[in-house]
Design a protein around this ligand. Structure first.
Ligand code: AMP
Ligand code: MG
Length: 331
């Protein structure tokens, strides 16, 4: 209850701060998916035909619905948790929305040669970075080896009734959409804003962004956080139209143990945090893709960058020594 009140109090304070800072924009901040999600609507969309407050509220509710549908944390049941509890090789039906995001995730797993893997739930729970009590020590090497799922352990199959279903081949295989669901939620939030007539807006979920339209007669200004200096930007961009820009960083959820940084981006081959980069930012045509690929390239490191131009995506990678590779400027 106290946490609940604190979240709403924080949202209220942020709403006041942001409302004061930009008089002509409409800002609202909500706590969703473990992060502050900021909605900004440009002045052009503030007219009597649009109920901006109702639009933001509908978008926020949709994003909360997605969190509830995809999370593997908390007490509420959902299809993912049910799937993760089924016996191996037992086919179950998944809601169309879940099956569709799973198919998109499995394609990115294939394209990234396994770097992005939506079946790491067991390992992620073991590391505990998304649990309410943040971890301070790594799990034992034995526990990690035991939790490591086989490389291919989720399959689409037909069920006894002839309909399509899904199964896991191994109990170590637990679905976790933590690296893609936030992007999907942002995309759905933008879709709802558009359905309400909004054409110029930003949804910023803790630095993961999709923007549409313009900010008055100018582009939107977007800052990319420095992975080591919290208040500093490594890049500021002027963007307009429809752009999604998402960062995965080793500073988001981490602890230092015996002088070494342990973070939440796990190499599926080893079960340990990837030692490849400090941050990876991707610009893509939607936030679902930008979210999944920022995680994938973080795991792949520099060797994952070349492929991005094939997808018409831009990438900026900050390596472990703080050196920049790639560029977010449109080619
Ligand atoms: P993001 O912050 O979008 O990069 O996502 C990080 C979250 O995705 C983690 O908290 C885990 O839940 C999950 N995750 C960690 N490593 C991977 C991986 N290699 N592939 C897919 N999901 C991962
Ligand atoms: Mg991601």
């Amino acid at each position: 209850m106290a946490l609940f009140l604190l979240r709403y109090f924080m949202a209220f304070v942020l709403l006041l701060i942001s409302a004061c800072s930009q008089a002509n924009d409409v800002h609202e901040t909500r706590f969703i998916m473990g992060t502050l999600v900021k909605f900004t609507i440009a002045p052009a969309d503030r007219h009597e035909n649009i109920d901006v407050a109702a639009a933001i509220s509908a978008a926020a509710n949709e994003m909360q619905r997605i969190e509830n549908a995809f999370t593997i944390y908390g007490d509420q049941s959902n299809a993912i948790k049910t799937f993760n509890a089924t016996a191996p090789n037992t086919a179950v039906a998944l809601p169309e929305e879940v099956a569709s995001l799973l198919q998109r995730a499995l394609l990115i797993k294939q394209q990234s040669k396994g770097a992005f893997d939506p079946a790491l739930g067991g390992l992620n729970l073991l590391w505990g970075f998304s649990a309410s009590d943040a971890p301070t020590t790594p799990p034992s090497a034995e526990a990690i080896t035991k939790a490591l799922p086989p490389q291919h352990c989720i399959a689409q199959t037909s069920m006894a009734n002839g309909k399509s279903g899904w199964l896991r081949t191994d109990t170590r295989c637990l679905l976790d959409f933590g690296a893609i669901a936030k992007g999907y939620a942002i995309d759905q939030g933008i879709k709802i804003l558009r359905q309400h007539g909004i054409k110029n807006a930003i949804i910023n979920a803790g630095g993961d962004i999709r923007l549409i339209g313009k900010h008055g007669d100018k582009p939107w200004r977007i800052g990319i956080r420095h992975p080591r200096q919290q208040a500093e930007m490594i890049e500021t961009l002027q963007l307009e139209g429809d752009v999604s820009i998402v960062t995965s960083g080793d500073y988001e959820r981490f602890f230092i143990y015996q002088g070494k940084r342990y973070h939440h981006l796990i190499n599926p081959q080893t079960g340990w945090p990837a030692q490849t980069a400090q941050s990876v930012t991707i610009i893509a045509r939607n936030a679902t893709l930008a979210d999944a690929w920022s995680t994938a390239v973080f795991i792949q490191g520099k060797k994952g960058m070349a492929q991005q131009s094939q997808f018409n995506q831009q990438v900026l990678l900050i390596d472990q020594s703080g050196k920049r590779f790639g560029s977010l400027k449109p080619r």
